[in-house]
Design a protein around this ligand. Sequence first.
Ligand code: SAH
Ligand code: SF4
Ligand code: F3S
Length: 443
Amino acid sequence: MPDRPAARKLFIRTYGCQMNVYDSERMAEALGGQGYVLTDAPEGADLVLLNTCHIREKASEKLYSDLGRLKPLKAANPDLRIGVAGCVAQAEGEEIIARMPLVDLVVGPQSYHRLPEMERQVRAGARVVDTEFPAEDKFEVLKDRPKAARGPTAFLTVQEGCDKFCAFCVVPYTRGAEASRPADRILSEARGLVEAGVREITLLGQNVNAWHGAMSGDRQGFAALIAALARIDGLERIRYTTSHPGDMDDALIAAHGAEAKLMPYLHLPVQSGSDRILKAMNRKHTAEAYLRIVERLRAARPDILLSSDFIVAFPGESEADFEATLDLIRAVGFGSAFSFKYSPRPGTPAAEKAELPPEVADDRLQRLQALMTAQQRDAQQAMVGRETTVLFEKPGRLAGQMVGKSEHMHAVHVAGPDNLRGQIRKVRIVEAGPNSLAGTVAD
Ligand code: SAH
Ligand code: SF4
Ligand code: F3S
């Protein structure tokens, strides 16, 4: 028999949100104990995991087209094992196994700590599905994170799941109920990341600002967690995503003024500017309430840049409702935004309602995006001539170029040496392009 190679190769494709990016890292770490090392292509891999997203129809369809593309690999290598993880795995479970004979393993977002055991079973020829919401916390089961050196930025999940039940959204079903990780675990993971070279941490949660936990014996909210993280030496920048307007409490708004390490950028999805539609969406806030939060955030941190998510053509959205969304966008002045055509999702209340004609949805998306493109350009243009700090992350596309993120999340490139990577430097912005800024190191 030929010798087995010492390291087996794991390929993970990640779809969807930042939490999936974090989960993919944790899955790779969990399988590292079985001798797997990451590889950057499915060709030649021993195990392929597709970490999927169910948020819109297009997102979940990608799974099936990508699985189709893996067929020849599986035909050529019967030892290849294929797993589906993430939110489509949670939503469709057994159906995936029934529909796709090449899939060996289906694992939901709350049970991937069981991957090492599942991997042994599929190696032995079984097909396994685990979409439980187990009582044990996956992060407590997974061992401490490996101490290997890291890049300058990292994600850290502090809260998971959602109890908000917006009428259009699958997340409460795929990620389960809101749960906060304990503060001491978050702080020790953050310290470990900083020791490994991380200077900026983005705290993650589906409702990250709903985080709560015991700290020094008391029940504390998200602002207290940020304050505790800010005391970690060597951690220079803190960001968080994604927040619900209903959980922007006074302490968190004040933290934007008080915590120098908290970056002046906030993704705060509003979805619509029409109170009638917000109500139908079960968002539990009005347009006015959102505008008040923005006002208070700006009072706390005048240069804060805001971004948002929008859904156009939600069932029942009239032209007047849509214009109310455009009005809200004009009133706030966003630095960036993501906008989507409404996509009916199985099992959600909104999916029972009649959809708007596709040409109406297309037209509204286009108009909203035109307005947003203009606002984004203005926000980028406003940076020209200003000094900002940039955390450099990687080489740019052109030789001798380095790219990083400004405090306000702008991509900034400068001419500079590779050793800028990981450094936070003052940069004078000299030019604004549509998606990035160019500057010169000024210190
Ligand atoms: N937890 C985040 C949102 C996660 S989903 C939050 O509450 O902000 C990211 C975005 O996808 C949402 O903000 C929403 O704008 C969009 N989205 C969610 N479900 C959708 C659907 N059914 N159709 C279209 N867009 C949707
Ligand atoms: Fe989905 Fe609403 Fe929960 Fe966000 S708050 S994850 S949009 S249900
Ligand atoms: Fe998608 Fe699940 Fe994230 S549905 S957006 S991967 S929480």
